[in-house]
Design a protein. Structure first.
Length: 487
């Protein structure tokens, strides 16, 4: 059977084959063993009859001949072989050899005795049994060494009695057939019991399959496991975990499509109106191009933010081990990238970093830092102060960004990290977009937390805490601190 065929075989079929095939193998092997044991039992029973016949022949032996040259004389009677007269399926042959091995009586062509010791013998040393072939038929041979003494002398006579094996085989087959008859009844009974047990054992699997098959295509709710056998609970738990991930992914995709269709519709509509106005000549060409450029820039920024949010979800779904990075180095690189904006706003900028290592993708750290720092630059007044620091505190890596902007009001705080949240800052400007939502998703994926708090002296403080990489924290050093001031 091919690998595909084995894969398609049901669990029930595998259980049935796994139980019934060994049972049948045991039955067949037991039948072979039983047949050999039956033959051995038949040999033990009928060997006694052979020995009795040999002894009966030995009792009728006499010593004759001359006083100086005694010879063995044998006149076996029919009574010596009467033990076999009840059965006419086996034939008996005998041979008596004299003191010097000469033929005395019986069948002269009977094979000579084998040397003692080649066959297993449970009797005295003067008799032994073995299997042989006579006239093309298998026979059982008994060889008896019979001491014979008389007035003319004494010696050792050799008596051979051979029996064909029809009766022994018949007895062994009879025992085998009786046993197989009982097993023939027992095997179907075992098969019925096995089928019944397997049906009951696999019923929860079939019920679970039926429940899953009866579900609607969009039903990703957890499967109940109250009545589930212990062996299936890991499967149910794994299935529920997969369903939960799928539900989260599906919800994220729905939200992404909904937000994209909603948010991109406005700039595209505005862009279309601006192009139509420029074509009609309602506004000057330079003004129209400037307006179009601003609309395209806002649409591009929005698209990039949405793609960034989708990438955060992708990294979350990938899971597993992620690279380890020095967050301080990432913050310094982002600050360098945004130095032109800092200089353009004339900010009093201070950067203090301490090497601290976290487990994260470099892209996630850069995107998190860039969004928070860019947001602080955008809301800081010209010539204001902007401070950024990275350090290790209480077993966590901490990024702190403090600006001198207007802060946030209570209305916006309630929806601060929601996508496209909008509200009024203390200066009356509206805050909207995906920047803070992206930051929160990144921080959640890294197992940290983020807070934005208004300062008493004015301004906003953004603080992010991420789990520090074990054994990777390093204390501040002269080379690890950096201070940059841009005016």
């Amino acid at each position: 059977m091919t690998a595909a065929g084995r894969g398609r075989r049901s669990l029930r079929a595998q259980l049935l084959l796994g139980i019934l095939v060994p049972v049948l193998a045991v039955v067949v092997g037991g039948a072979a063993v039983l047949y050999r044991q039956a033959l051995q039992a038949a040999d033990t029973a009928y060997d006694r009859t052979l020995l009795a016949s040999a002894k009966a022949i030995g009792e009728e032996l006499e010593v004759g001949g001359d006083p100086g040259a005694p010879r063995l004389a044998a006149t076996p009677s029919y009574g010596a072989l009467e033990a076999f007269e009840a059965d006419n399926r086996s034939r008996i042959f005998f041979k008596v050899s004299g003191f010097a091995g000469e033929m005395v009586s019986g069948f002269a062509d009977l094979p000579p005795p084998r040397p003692v010791g080649q066959e297993r013998n449970v009797y005295a040393a003067l008799v032994h049994f073995y299997d042989d072939v006579y006239r093309g038929e298998p026979v059982r041979m008994a060889v008896l060494l019979q001491p014979v003494a008389g007035a003319l002398g004494q010696g050792m006579a050799t008596i051979q009695v051979a029996e064909t094996l029809e009766l022994r085989h018949t007895l062994a087959r009879s025992l085998l057939v009786q046993t197989l008859g009982l097993q023939a009844v027992l095997v179907p009974l075992i098969a019925l019991v096995v089928v019944w047990v397997v049906q009951r054992a696999t019923r929860p699997v079939r019920e679970l399959s039926a429940r899953i098959d009866a579900r609607a295509g969009d039903d990703l709710s957890p499967l109940p496991d109250a009545d589930t056998p212990g062996e299936l609970r890991p499967l149910v738990a794994a299935t529920n975990a997969v369903m939960q991930r799928l539900a989260h992914l599906l919800e994220h995709q729905k939200r992404f499509v909904r937000d994209a269709s909603h948010q991109l519709r406005t700039p595209l509509s505005v862009l279309k109106v601006q192009v139509q106005s420029a074509r009609r000549g309602d506004v000057e060409l330079a003004t129209a191009l400037a307006e179009i450029d601003g609309t395209v820039a806002r649409a591009a920024e929005l698209a990039n933010q949405m793609l960034a949010l989708a990438k955060v979800e992708q990294l979350r779904q990938q899971g597993g081990a992620v690279p380890v990075h020095d967050w301080a180095a990432v913050v310094r690189a982002v600050a360098l990238d945004l130095s032109a904006l800092i200089g353009e706003a004339g900010l009093d900028f201070e950067l203090v970093t301490e090497p601290v290592t976290v487990r994260s993708h470099e892209w996630a750290l850069r995107e998190l830092t860039r969004n928070l720092l860019h947001n602080a630059i955008r809301h800081s007044p010209a010539g204001g102060r902007l401070g950024v620091s990275v350090c290790a505190a209480a077993g966590a890596a901490v990024l702190t960004i403090v600006d001198s902007g207007p802060g946030i009001d209570d209305e916006l705080r309630r929806r601060l990290f929601e996508p496209f949240s909008a509200g009024s800052t203390a200066s009356g400007r509206a805050g909207a977009g995906l920047g803070l939502a992206i930051c929160q998703e990144i921080v959640r994926s890294l197992g940290g937390d983020i807070r934005l708090d208004n300062q008493r002296a004015g301004g906003l403080q953004a603080r992010v805490r991420l789990p520090i990489q074990p054994d990777a924290a390093r204390g501040p050093s002269a080379t690890g601190l950096a201070a940059v001031e841009a005016r």
